[in-house]
Design a protein around this ligand. Structure first.
Ligand SMILES: [Zn+2]
Ligand SMILES: [Zn+2]
Length: 244
């Protein structure tokens, strides 16, 4: 039997956690989230009632600040949880810690629904997810012909769609000097693509440099690059699954 996408991500997360001590805690937590997501995906993609079980997992395995949010949310009445899930499902961008938990919980449902919807992406060229209208959470460079093609990746439904390479997905800036790209020696396959016009940034995972990378997991792992970009005044277009 082939590995599921979650098993692949878990293996990648474990490998990165062992190699990078700065990412051990967050990836350890991610492994628990991914196992839960897989379990949920297998059982029944409509069981919103399972949100309580997810909150329990976050309380047990999340970093302290996230565990506290789950603890606060656990005793909330069912309507509160349902409306939280509906808000995120209907396309609102998560901004509070509670909304990020709902976002992480709902992600496999979005992935499943998108897979069933059968998207056609020919001629699609905007920077917004064609399935759920969210801003991209990461970029992916894949080998195509002699060069690399850039795709954008939705952090919710995980749709990946092609997007021109030398242009800011936030504001459309095309002047190369205004869209600098930075890399760090520690993780040379992660590009921090910044924009000096809208002050946004996105991390792109360069699979032409590291074919073992998993866009979702490697984006999570490269925490120091977030701090680096934030210190220089750049803001991520869309936070990742764990709200970073
Ligand atoms: Zn999407
Ligand atoms: Zn921009």
């Amino acid at each position: 039997m082939r590995d599921t996408v979650w098993q692949q991500r878990i293996r990648r997360a474990e490998k990165l956690a062992a190699a990078h001590s700065f990412a051990t805690e967050i990836l350890g937590f991610y492994v628990h989230v991914a196992r839960f997501q897989e379990d949920l995906y297998r059982r029944n993609p409509e069981r919103a009632a399972e949100f309580g079980r997810f909150l329990q997992l976050v309380e047990e395995h999340g970093p302290e600040r996230v565990a506290l949010v789950a603890q606060r949310l656990s005793p909330a009445p069912p309507q509160t949880r349902t409306s939280l899930l509906e808000t995120i499902w209907s396309g609102a961008e998560p901004s509070t810690p509670e909304e990020f938990l709902a976002f992480a919980y709902l992600q496999p449902f979005a992935e499943f629904s998108r897979g069933a919807a059968g998207l056609h992406l020919e001629n699609y060229s905007t920077a917004i997810c064609p399935w759920c209208n969210r801003k991209p959470a990461a970029g992916v460079l894949r080998q195509q012909g002699d060069g690399g093609q850039r795709n954008l990746l939705c952090g919710f439904c995980l749709t990946e769609w092609p997007f021109r390479r030398v242009i800011c997905p936030g504001c459309g800036e095309e002047v190369p000097a205004k869209i600098p790209v930075y890399t760090a020696a520690e993780m040379p396959h992660i590009r921090v693509e910044c924009c000096d016009s809208c002050h946004g940034y996105i991390k792109s995972i360069d699979l032409t440099k590291n074919g073992l990378a998993d866009p979702l997991v490697d984006e999570l792992a490269s925490i120091p690059l977030n701090l680096w970009a934030q210190e220089r005044g750049y803001r991520k277009f869309h936070p990742n699954l764990l709200g970073m």
